[in-house]
Each structure stands twice: as C-alpha cells, then as structure tokens.
Design a protein around this ligand. Sequence first.
Ligand code: COA
Length: 392
Amino acid sequence: MLNEMKSRFAGKDVAVIGVGMTKFGELWKKSLRDIFVEASLKAIENSGVDHIDSMYVGTMSGGLFVGQEHIGAVMADYLGVAPIPATRVESACASGGAAFRQAYFEVASGHSEIVLAGGVEKMTDGADVTEALAAAADQEYEVYNGITFPGLYAMIARAHMHQYKTTREQLAHVAVKNHKNGSMNPNAQFRSPVTLEQVMKATMVADPLRLLDCSPVSDGGAAVIVCSVDYAKKLKKPYVKVVASAQASDTIALHSRESLTALKCVSVAADKAYKQAGLKPSDINFAEVHDCFTIAEIVVTEDLGFFEKGLGGAAAENGSTAIGGKIPINTSGGLKSKGHPVGATGVAQIIELYEQLTGNSGERQVKNAKYGLAQNMGGSGASCIIHILEAV
Ligand code: COA
C-alpha cells in the first residue's frame, strides 16, 4: 500500500536550497513590493543560484490590503526577473504554503530546474484588516451575520473546552511558549516573553480568546529557492529535501462541519503527507503549525496525530510542545509571536524547517532533527497545506 502511494508521487526529488525573509512587524517604510524583493534577493543570494526559471507568489489579498492585484507580474518586474513566468497563488492564510506547493510540482515534474516560492502581505497600511480577513470566511452565511476570524476560532475554543475540558490556562500556555520561542527569533514581530497571568488578563477579543491568544496584524515577506536534489548537490550549499506535499479542503463555513472540535482538512492532508513520506506522526521531530489563535495550535497538534484527540491542551501545559519536549511546536514563535503577514506565513514556516534541519537555529535549535513538518491553514480550516522536509 505504501509503495503504491509513493509511486503515485513519482517525480524528481525536490530540495530547498536557499531562504530569505524580512523581519515581520509594522514595516512602515517598506511597500508590498519592497518587502517581497528584499526577501527574494536574500533567498537568491543565499542559495547561490545564478537565475530562476519561474516564480510563485502567495498573497491573500493585495487588492483589499493595499489596492494592488496582478501580484505575479508586479513582483517579477520589481525583482528584475521578467519575462520569466510569475504567478500569484491564493488560498487565504495558506497562500504561502500553496505557492511553495506549486514550486514543488514545477520542479518535481521536471518542467523547471530552479523556482522561487515566495509569500508577502502588507496589512498595516490602513485597510480595514478585520473586514479584509473576513473575506476568506463564508460571506453569505458567516460574515453577513457579523462573524470575524477571532469569533470563529472562539467558537472552536468554546466547543473544545466543552467537549474535552480544555482549560483557559491551557490556551494561555500556547501563547507563553510561542512568545518564549519568538523571543529567540530575530525576525519575530513580538520578541517579549509573556507570562500566564498576562495572557489570562489581556483584553478580551472574542470570548474566550484574549489579545494574547491572537496572532497579530503584520507586514512581511518570505522566499525560498526550490530546485531538484541533483541540482542542489551541484551548488554545494546546504539543502533539505521535500519528502511530502499534501493539501485538503473542507466546508468554508463552520456550521456545515461534522465537528467543531476537529479540523478535517488537517487530518486528511496529514494522512496523505505521512503516506507520501512513508512516515508516522511519531517520526516527526518538530513542526511549525498554524497557530493563528492559541486554540488552533491545540486542535491542529491533535489532528496531525501528535497527541490523542482532546489532549492537545494538556500537551501545551505539560511542556510536550516546548523546545526539548516530546515534539517542539512553533520553534520560530509561530504566528502568535513571529507575526502573521498572511500570504508570507506558509513560506516562513518552510524557512524555519530549513534552518532547523540545516542546524542554523541558534538558541532555538532542536537537537538531532531529521524530519520537520509545516502545516499552513486557510480561514477557519477550509484549506490546509502540509509539507514534510528531511535533513540530508
Ligand atoms: N499579540 C500581542 N500583542 C498585540 C497583538 C497580538 N496579536 N495585537 C496587537 N498587539 C499589541 C500592539 O503591539 C499594541 O501594543 P502597544 O500598545 O504596546 O503598542 C497593543 O497590543 C494594541 O494594538 P492594536 O493594534 O491597537 O490592537 P487591535 O485591538 O487593533 O488588534 C487584534 C488586536 C487581536 C484584534 C488583532 O491583532 C487581530 O485582529 N488579530 C487577528 C488577526 C487574524 O484574524 N488573522 C487571520 C487569522 S485566520
């Protein structure tokens, strides 16, 4: 069965050979294109490639945030790589993961040798961010009735607390851990550790989620260079291998789901990814997951199979997800502390995997890491993209 699955994904072995990102945060002096170009030039320089054959750009809503569409062409122009093909990819907050997946396919298929996968968003330029983000939810049934993303995840949190006795403190433990990890990441938006008490007393946003349970509004860009493993070997630079790329979708609206406490898009994509890589959840040494709200990290770590259903909160509380724990989660600081410029997030997750797997994570290094998993989610779980990378 496993061999049958693996053979269905036959293609060239794919590598990530270079990475680059901007700091995440409020980048007042930089425009959308400046941010993308800065991240991309770093990735190109870091990889040692002398050209790219094509590029994909993950952006959730250049139009609503800064009035710019036709993002692929804009970025190819300003990066100075036109006329190569340049395509904008969108899957809400999973746009970056989707861009990386397209680059993976293009290289695996043999169509191109070197592809740049990038992601960018500029959210702090004055747009109504809550309204723009809500465009990724169900407009007719959810948004029309006044729901926002903090509101949607608050409902998931309430249901999880009811069904599994997950506590308010357990949610707070996710924020405390991720801020601690982010304090060691020079590119993170918030580098201050927070205490359990600060999280528990922070301003209420959508009950039970408080300010410190939420990912922030951020500007930022991230880019990676994807090429075949054969080509990567010739470049003689550190590289990691992509051993799985999987995607799944679910109902756009929460009320249509079988369960409010499980994210089916995550378990379905995870199952595909593990089969493709020939791995089990227990083989994964660390993961970057989509903690847009603290409850999301708890549900996702359960649906990835790292913990039994209902025990994700306890895992955050007892240190299993801390660096040095059973499976470190969000060593970068996650969306919570590193920031969440939505289109860039999925690519930034790949960067954290690359840095950990090449031993370049400094104080937040996970020891002896062989496999890292990145889980990027769109909306309240209507889309999910998972990649597994392997150290070579
Ligand atoms: N975590 C930690 N600190 C935060 C923060 C966050 N998520 N958001 C804002 N802050 C800080 C700011 O830096 C600021 O600090 P300062 O007073 O020391 O400068 C303070 O809190 C107030 O910031 P402000 O920008 O006025 O907050 P806000 O009330 O406008 O926004 C949220 C707060 C939580 C509503 C906003 O961050 C948000 O909408 N987050 C969710 C984004 C989202 O839904 N993403 C998509 C997920 S699917």
